[in-house]
Design a protein around this ligand. Structure first.
Ligand code: PRX
Length: 656
């Protein structure tokens, strides 16, 4: 059973609080505590009324819905009977206003090339690619895989899929060919859109070759065509009859594709994410509820205004990019920035230089990036004028108060509110966050549930904890519009993973603390999920990859605190035979993980052991492995139930 003490950091004493400035509050979308509380209470008392009204006032419908909410989690349906299109709401509706010629996307490539697409221009490109999808025989409900760098064509492809009703499945460019094969197989994708490659730290990250390898030997029979964007200009093999150039297709496409009216619950996208067991699962989000969720949370949390330039530094390969680079901001008619490359190219000042040049007003990044900025030194941001910034945000992992304070002072000039936003791939949008115009901020605390969100803390046996100043398992009591609908192709797995341990709740897998006033601090995962630089990996997933190395008999993986990444990956490995050359064995293990998952899942530390601490029933006692990895050697707890307690001494002695 889940246990909050599994989470990596549980004690934090933090009393500093930073109230919103009166100037900020005066102009914020939600500008008083009373307004927030009234909204929250209304949403709790009458969820269908609250969300139903917003759905009508904030989205455009082809046919209004009959009922705002039907059923209970996870079979809840939102806005039933309605017909709507996400692409229409992100584009066409703005063309009827002055926003037609407003910048929708400001893009910057790593080499320094830039491109700005107004709403009108973006609409034009999206319509053309929607026509291309039609021509390639893609119909509403078909799956399309996008394995692309951070270039405008990725957003165009997403919106074109949404326009025709194709369900996109984006695969982060750091995943391997094997990972693409698995995901394509699971989603039964008909089409892959990719590029020759993209730029990162001055080098080309090739993509098309990985797509080729993922399809080799007929491994993905569902895939009929591959569309390739020319980004880097490097040589790629184009397979006759299968591979097509994006620019050839677009040159011949008309730009008059109407958005298809789709059912509110039509599948918008699948995004694979890791859990504690098995292979990554395809989290499915649908059309109207997801769109309303990201539209409202973008506005409430980032306080998006028409004159803002908003920049979320995530990669669109992860959910943050889906919700808060593309769908949320564009639905609001905002100007969203997109950057292709690394924060330290050509030097450590790249982000600050971009903020200065583009006059960015709202900046949203991850704690792991902030910790890297701290390490790189204040001189980099200090060389730039960051006075355009008015709001800062973080996401993806717990932020340590030192990093929070640095962000607040050095980047925010002590003037910008910092919103710590907690959410997950499965939640679709932000659920817990401070609100910049309303609440004070307390470093390390995501703080308050947004309207429509009812968080609770549970004990390990599923009882709600009423008191404050406690830790517990974070669960959500009532559905919200952008909640996960299913795990693609396996609804039982969705029920089992999120809705079965604690009946009547959505279980997050996180442990949290509630302070005396009711603010939430997310402590970390209580399951076997590791959060590396804000990216989720299941320990079982990494172990399975390691075990594919010819050197390995068995392995066990745990997280350990890492200065920059938040958590690093520590692997205990039982080798096939005596390892004469540990470097060679390590290199092979790293290469194997790179092949099976991708370089992002490579263990930071590998320790060869002769055995693992197992109970008599054969279960690995991960608590002990975690303690050793964390260098907490004197608090290993009871080891008397182990089959072979002596193995613990060996593991302690061999710690790397
Ligand atoms: O453990 C929580 C952590 O990231 C997990 C979700 O990961 P993913 O689905 O990849 O989505 C990441 C971006 C939304 C959560 O279960 N997490 C996310 N945001 C925070 C966080 N932990 C602490 N504070 C946050 N603000």
């Amino acid at each position: 059973m889940s246990d909050v003490s599994n989470a990596i950091e549980s004690v934090l004493h933090e009393d500093r609080k930073f109230p919103p400035s009166p100037e900020f509050a005066a102009h914020a979308h939600i500008s008083s505590e009373k307004q927030y509380q009234d909204m929250w209470q209304r949403a709790k008392d009458d969820p269908a009324g609250f969300w139903g009204e917003l759905a009508l006032s904030e989205l455009e419908w082809f046919k209004p819905f009959d009922k705002a909410l039907e059923g209970t989690m996870p079979e809840n349906k939102w806005f039933t009977g309605g017909r709507i299109n996400v692409s229409y709401n992100c584009l066409d509706r703005h063309l009827k206003t002055w926003r037609k010629n407003k910048a929708a996307i400001i893009w910057e490539g790593e080499p320094g090339d830039t491109r700005t697409l107004t709403y009108q221009q973006l609409h034009h490109e999206v319509c053309k690619f929607a026509r291309v999808l039609d021509k390639l025989g893609i119909k509403a409900g078909d799956r399309v895989t996008l394995y692309m760098p951070m270039i405008p064509e990725l957003a165009i492809a997403m919106l074109a899929c949404a326009r025709v009703g194709a369900t996109h499945s984006i695969i982060f460019g750091g995943f391997s060919a094997d990972a693409i094969t698995d995901r394509n197989h699971d989603a039964q994708s008909k089409l892959i859109v990719t590029a020759d490659g993209g730029w990162r730290r001055g080098k080309e990250i090739t993509l098309k070759d990985k797509v080729d390898a993922s399809l080799e030997g007929g491994k993905s029979p569902s895939v009929e065509k591959v569309v390739v964007v020319r980004r880097t200009g490097s040589d790629v093999d184009m397979v006759e009859g299968r591979d097509l150039w994006w620019h050839d297709l677009m040159d011949n496409a008309d730009a008059d594709r109407e958005a298809t009216p789709l059912d509110s619950e039509h599948p918008l996208f699948i995004l694979y994410t890791s859990g504690s067991t098995g292979k990554p699962k395809g989290v499915l989000h649908t059309t109207a509820g997801y769109l309303l969720g990201v539209t409202m949370t973008s506005r409430w949390v980032f306080d998006l205004k028409d004159e803002d330039t908003y920049w979320c530094t995530a990669d669109i390969g992860w959910v943050t990019g889906h919700s808060y680079i593309v769908y949320g901001p564009l639905s609001n008619g905002a100007t969203t920035m997109m950057y292709e490359g690394a924060p330290n190219w050509p030097d450590y000042g790249r982000f600050w230089d971009m903020i200065e040049r583009h006059k960015v007003n709202i900046f949203y990044t991850a704690p792991t990036a902030i910790r890297a900025f701290v390490k790189w030194g204040d001189e980099w941001p200090q060389q730039h004028d960051l006075s355009s910034l008015r709001l800062l945000g973080t996401v993806g992992e717990p932020i340590n108060p030192e990093a929070w304070m640095w962000y607040h002072r050095t980047i925010g000039g002590e003037r910008c509110p910092v919103v710590d936003t907690w959410w997950q791939t499965e939640t679709g949008g932000i659920l817990i966050s401070s609100l910049a115009g309303v609440t004070d901020e307390k470093p390390g605390y995501a703080a308050w549930p947004l309207p429509g969100v009812q968080p609770v803390l549970l004990t390990a046996d599923g009882k709600e904890i009423a008191e404050n100043e406690v830790e517990g398992l974070l669960a959500i009591k009532f559905p919200w519009p952008s909640i996960i609908r299913t795990t693609y192709g396996d609804h039982g797995r969705c029920r089992q993973t999120y809705f079965s341990n604690y009946k009547g709740y959505y279980f997050t897998g996180d442990g949290a603390r509630r302070d005396a006033e009711g603010r939430y601090r997310i402590i970390g995962r209580v399951d076997d999920v590791i959060n590396v630089s804000g990216h989720r990996f299941g320990t079982a997933e990494i172990e399975n990859a390691i075990n594919e190395s010819e050197w390995v008999v068995e392995s066990a993986v745990v997280g350990f605190p890492h200065d920059i990444k938040g958590q690093g990956i520590y692997a205990y490995v039982i080798a096939e035979k005596h390892v004469d050359d540990p470097d060679k064995a390590r290199a092979d293990i790293l290469a194997t993980v790179t092949k099976v998952i991708g370089p992002i899942a490579k263990p930071d530390k590998i320790q060869f052991v002769s055995g693992l601490p197992k109970t008599r029933s054969g279960k690995i006692m991960r608590r002990i492995l975690r303690k050793v990895a964390e260098n907490e050697l004197n608090s290993l707890g009871d080891t008397s139930t182990l089959l072979d307690p002596a193995v613990v001494d060996e593991i302690k002695a061999g710690r790397v």
